[in-house]
Design a protein around this ligand. Sequence first.
Ligand code: PLP
Length: 457
Amino acid sequence: MYSNSLIELDRAHLVHPVTSYRSHERAGVRVLRSARGATVTDASGHTMIDGFAGLWCVNAGYGHDSIVEAAARQMRELPYATGYFGLGSEPAIRLAAELAERAPGDLNHVYFTLGGSDAVDSTIRFIRYYHHAQGRPQKDQFISVAQGYHGSSTVGAGLTALPAFHAGFGVPFDWQHKIPSHYAYRNPAGTEPAAIIAASVAALRAKVEQLGADRVAAFYVEPIQGSGGVLVPPPGWMKAMRDVCHELDILFVADEVITGFGRTGPLFACSDEDIVPDLMTTAKGLTSGYVPMGAVFLSDRVYETIADGAGASAVGHGYTYSAHPVSAAVGLEVLRLYENGLLENGRKAGERLMAGLRGLGDHPLVGDVRGRGMLAAIELVVDKERKTPLPAASDPARRIFDRAWDNGLIIRAFGNGVLGYAPPLCCTEAEIDAIVERTRMTLDETLEDPDVRAALA
Ligand SMILES: Cc1ncc(COP(=O)(O)O)c(C=O)c1O
């Protein structure tokens, strides 16, 4: 009764992100009721392991009373403080300082946003301003990577390279360009890391040459491409791209919205490769999804150039909720939890997850297993030799998501038959093993589907 009426209200009034509105109306919402640790329970009482940490964001796991207390304390004391007019609040100042201390290199300046999309959007404004401040307004062309995701704002969606975010929206703009992804499993350059890196370097150089280095403002990467299907570049790829940008005087932006805060092991994935970007975006794990918040990190050089360029004038970029004290209080507590055991647990659990998923490599449907830390994917195929995807007509995304759900596991099932994993860092060994086991069960059931069987034959 309760949930039926909610389904009706949802159908009538709530517009969901990135969904077919009509399909959603037909299917109806699945209401989640509660969560604890790495498990969530729906309105019918069905409990599942959340193998995707909400939307790769609840890195700390659910139900931490200390986070709830930190938010409640802050709400009682000072629920809001603007950063305009030279004002501020203690938790936001402290969080900026703690983050700057831990961020790679000289990323010492933090601008807080509400999430990842407006963090990316803010970088575009900062970068434009930076080049204007140096008297180079013509440096206004932006390059990103095919299959990349950089959010859903009007300009950020044009850096995003996923068709659903473009069609019907009039993006990308003519100043937004792409180079091919490193996608190792299906790279025309082959599977050798050196060949993949060389191909990407050549593609970036060629794109810059085509546009003119004096026109290119910035190059955006995700340390691991998340929404494009968890595409992991070979070791050395990020460094090689960063070096090209340095040489050609192009700002290098690392979008760590997914990879930040322990998702791949360290606090920031850039540390895996000793990379210091010029700007870095984060969100999601920053507050572990308990409240909204994102952060843009600016290097000393970028910050100082903007500051000097503006002089006594205001840098006209701001949000009412930038540096929100409640979000910042949550961010501080989440950071404490990460460093008091969660990062360590996530590293161990990540190794177990990768080993477990690699163990599925012998399954007839598994073509590729990839990932790092608690961020992983398996790519399903019906012919391992030819790497033939599952038949699109079998609607793998819907079917496998539903099946995993029934088997007590939430995963991300991409449209092309890629299954994504990003469990909370608090997972126990038993939970990691259950994620792998429930995946195998789901794959075995899918193998029995007549259309999948026919495609295999
Ligand atoms: C790499 C990356 N950048 C930006 C975003 C946008 O973040 P948000 O959904 O918080 O706006 C996402 C979201 O998944 C992301 O994965």
